[in-house]
Structures are given as structure tokens and as C-alpha cells.
Design a protein around this ligand. Structure first.
Ligand code: AMP
Length: 287
């Protein structure tokens, strides 16, 4: 079957509803395009675990607090469509803000909805409003696709918590969180990696060893959040690399600040800026 390419959420909603009428289970992968093997791992899983697989490509302006970052965000629709087709995607849809928010008149600001409990701290501290913007568009995407399984990457860990809250709130879809795909060096694949020059890339390759340093400390019995954080920061000490955060959280007991008591479970999370590029990554320590 040829891949269907739809240019509006309304058409996508109709297609999804037809699939459900045909008793087909839908797997959905929301993306901002510029697809790499990380995205494609989600698409492969959505295709394997469902009867019909759909992908959205939409660079959501509501989640960019910096207009320059929005402008610089990589775009490559032609390559995206070719890769999706090769991976067996059945339908890809795009759209613009007006189409996603038809009730908002042209020129009026779209009000974002609060990301909620898991939106507090870390990303919120350094990208205020970002997760609110994510929550707001993801709700529209969930309502467009309807009952389905939706696939998110663990690379954006705090985002997985926020969208899982949202899915629980509206009663669907089933959220499936998939492992982070990395380069051989350990660097997590990201659409933003293409914006790094060779020197910046070698700095970006310090992120994963920093997460592993926390993992090693945890494995030898370290449970103090401050010491785990310090173990990561030591590895990130490099000119040109600016650490926004390198902290641990209990993934089931989210706190906006670094916890003060020893942890029973821990997710190590890092955000850095290298030149104009911001990168995030994380690793579960207790598994
Ligand atoms: P984005 O296009 O950056 O919004 O990402 C779309 C989806 O792909 C999100 O659920 C991301 O978490 C996921 N994703 C991005 N990079 C990776 C990666 N390296 N491994 C697995 N999933 C990823």
C-alpha cells in the first residue's frame, strides 16, 4: 500500500476514524521531522505492534520559547517522506497552527495549557513554557488521531511524563515509551546534531560518559543526589560546553528541585548548550 500524505489534521482525523471503523489498531508517532534512526525506531515499533501506522510532522512554534531556535530547527520534508515510506508508514500528516487551532482567529495568540505536575523543574527552569507548548499541541494531536497507541522516545524523558499525564487525563491513547537510540559513541541521536560542527560534536560526546559516571556511582552504592549530580558535572567540564542541569530525580516521585534525601530509584538527566545548540539526554540508574 502506498503511503498517504495528508496536509491537514481534519483529513488525518477522518483517515484514523476510517481505520478504527475497519477494526484496525492505530500506532501513532508524533514528530517535528528531520527524521533520524531514533524517530524511525518508533515508527518501526508502531508498524509492528499495530495494523496501521501514522506519523505527524509538525514543528510546533508553541514549544519554542526562542524564535531563533525555531528558525534554525532543521527541516527536510523530502527525506522524511522517503524514509517513512521505506519504513512502512501508512499515513503521514502535516498541518499549520491555524488548522490545529481553528477556534483561534488569525493574529490572536494561542493560549497554552499548563504541563502539570511533571512539567515542573529541569526543562521548565531553562525553557519556561516549553512543556506547556508540548502539552498543548500533543493534546490536539491525540484528539486528531483518537484511540490508538502512541510512541514517544525516552530521550525526552520529562516530556514522556507530561504526555503520559495528559493521556491519563483524557482517557487515551496508550503511551508507549521507547529506548533512546544512540550513535556508537553513545551520543543520543537528535535532529539538532546536524547543527554541530566537528569540535562541538566531540563536546556533545561527553554527555553519555557523564550519565555513565552517575550510573557507575549508583552501581557502587551511591544514593546521594548531590554526589550523583557532581559525578556528572565533573565529566562535562569543558570549554564551550555549558551545563544547564545534570541532576537526578526519582522517576515515580517527581520533584521540581534536586531531591534532598537518598534515592531509591533514579533517572539521571542532563541538558547542555554547545554554541547555539541545546542537547538533552538521560539514563535510568537503577536498572
Ligand atoms: P522530535 O521530532 O524531536 O519531537 O521527536 C519525536 C519523537 O522522537 C519524540 O518522542 C522523541 O523523544 C523521539 N526521539 C528523538 N530522538 C530519539 C532517539 N535518539 N531515540 C529514540 N527516540 C527519539
Amino acid at each position: 500500500m502506498d503511503m498517504l500524505h495528508l496536509n491537514s489534521p481534519a483529513e488525518a482525523e477522518r483517515w484514523c476514524s476510517e481505520q478504527r471503523d475497519l477494526r484496525k489498531a492505530i500506532g501513532f508517532v508524533p514528530t517535528m521531522g528531520s527524521l533520524h534512526k531514533g524517530h524511525l525506531s518508533l515508527v518501526d515499533r508502531a508498524c509492528q505492534e499495530n495494523d496501521a501506522c501514522c506519523v505527524s510532522i509538525f514543528i510546533n512554534p508553541l514549544q519554542f520559547e526562542d524564535p531563533e531556535d525555531f528558525k534554525a530547527y532543521p527541516r527536510d520534508t523530502e527525506s522524511d517522506l522517503a524514509q517513512l515510506k521505506a519504513h512502512g508508514c501508512d499515513m503521514v500528516f502535516m498541518g499549520n497552527l491555524n488548522q490545529f487551532f481553528p477556534e483561534v482567529s488569525d493574529g490572536d495568540e494561542i493560549e497554552t495549557l499548563p504541563a502539570g505536575h511533571h512539567g515542573a523543574g529541569l526543562e521548565e527552569r531553562f525553557r519556561p513554557g516549553h512543556l506547556d507548548g508540548v502539552r498543548t499541541i500533543v493534546e490536539r494531536l491525540f484528539r486528531t488521531v483518537g484511540r490508538s497507541r502512541v510512541y514517544f522516545g525516552e530521550k525526552d524523558f520529562q516530556q514522556t511524563l507530561v504526555v503520559s499525564d495528559l493521556a491519563r487525563e483524557i482517557g487515551y491513547p496508550e503511551v508507549v515509551v521507547c529506548p533512546t537510540v544512540r550513535e556508537d559513541s553513545g551520543l543520543a541521536l537528535s535532529s539538532r546534531n546536524v547543527l554541530l560542527d566537528a569540535e562541538e560534536k566531540s563536546q556533545a560526546q561527553l554527555i553519555y560518559p557523564a550519565l555513565l559516571a552517575a550510573y557507575d556511582a549508583w552501581s557502587t552504592g551511591e544514593r546521594d543526589p548531590e554526589i550523583l549530580s557532581a559525578a556528572m558535572i565533573k565529566h562535562l567540564d569543558h570549554d564551550g560546553l555549558m551545563v544547564e542541569y545534570a541532576e537526578v530525580r526519582d522517576p515515580y516521585n517527581w520533584t521540581p528541585q534536586l531531591p534532598v534525601t537518598p534515592l531509591e530509584r533514579a533517572q539521571a538527566l542532563i541538558a547542555v548548550r554547545i554554541g547555539s545548540v541545546r542537547l538533552i539526554d538521560n539514563l535510568r540508574l537503577d536498572q
